[in-house]
Design a protein around this ligand. Structure first.
Ligand code: DGP
Length: 116
């Protein structure tokens, strides 16, 4: 993807395409995954369009910490009191399909290990 082209998640942030948004603040947004893999499947996404985890820089440390605390907040809000799985797919071999950093929150059923 070219640097000038908005990702699908930037289009959601800009309200150019619809999404079921469950949380938003100045740094991050969270919305339901369009293709849920569990009864609860939410994506936590930075507004800053970092393409993937391996592109994050040390200067992004505040944002990266904020994303994890946002996961905790959103999971609590979703009622996931018995736990949940968090996933960050990175790059083609990591199974990443949308190149705008995001943390999956999966819950509402027991999770297996190892993952596929
Ligand atoms: P990943 O494979 O980790 O890059 O996950 C991308 C996820 O994004 C995938 O589970 C499906 C979800 N997704 C893709 N396009 C859209 C969309 O337009 N809206 C929403 N809500 N989710 C999307």
């Amino acid at each position: 993807m070219s640097q000038t082209q908005d990702s699908i998640f930037t289009k959601i942030i800009k309200r150019e395409i619809p999404a079921d948004i469950v949380y938003e603040d100045e740094l991050a947004i969270a919305f339901k995954d369009v293709n849920p893999q569990a009864p609860i499947h939410i994506l936590v996404v930075p507004k800053q369009p970092i393409a993937k985890l391996s592109d994050a820089e040390s200067q992004d440390h505040r944002l990266m910490g904020h994303l994890l605390l946002t996961v905790k907040r959103v999971a609590e809000q979703a009622g996931l009191v018995n736990g949940y799985r968090t996933v960050i797919n990175t790059g083609p071999e990591g199974g990443q399909t949308v190149f705008h950093l995001h943390i999956h929150i999966l819950g509402g059923r027991p999770m297996g290990w190892p993952p596929g």
